[in-house]
Design a protein around this ligand. Sequence first.
Ligand SMILES: *Cc1c(COP(=O)(O)O)cnc(C)c1O
Length: 226
Amino acid sequence: MIAEQLKHFWSELKPFNATLIPVSKTMPNEKIIEAYEAGNRIFGENKVQELISKQVELPDDIEWHYIGHLQSNKVKYIAPFVSMIHAVDSLKLLNTINKEGIKNNRVIKCLLQMHIASEESKFGLTADGILEIINNADWANLTHVNVVGLMGMATFTENKEQVREEFKKLAGIKKKLSGQVLPANVKMSELSMGMTNDYKLALEEGTTMVRIGTAIFGPRACMIDG
Ligand SMILES: *Cc1c(COP(=O)(O)O)cnc(C)c1O
């Protein structure tokens, strides 16, 4: 089941050149191993405690993507191993990731999260907030972060046109930034958008990373996603 779903997504994403980030949050290690044995090495998690316990128990060659809201005081727990932090939503958080990157002697890949949904509960920066960070952060000293693109979550709605417009907005900011001179440690190569219910629209709007949980691992027992 998991193996078949992975194969399905890999072939569906291939023409779009997009990366599959299977989201294993709340899933037991057995399911992660099943996906690992099917050849998958990338997993997305959204809780620090859960991620660190999985990381010690599971194979070392897994690339862990942290996709949830991250508090600055918890960066230290994941900085030693995390592959990418998808939801950076403040300069303070970026500075902390840099500091922990220095301590661990590694450069940590990050995405800036933009708030594109109409729901207030979803985190993220405004377009101006993103420009503000890119134009005004002390990039010369941010030696241990690499901002590689943007991330966003669309509104949870059946209204496809609304979701498409939200994805377009995010893709538009990426395009705009790609056309300007950026600091050396900022690149606009990735766009992390699209989940089980809206990844097809995200692919049409230029996503490079889709974060899929339910369609690969089945429903989560606890639907409170944090
Ligand atoms: C849970 C989660 C996903 C995956 O959601 P599904 O609807 O199960 O595919 C993607 N992105 C983030 C940030 C999540 O928290």
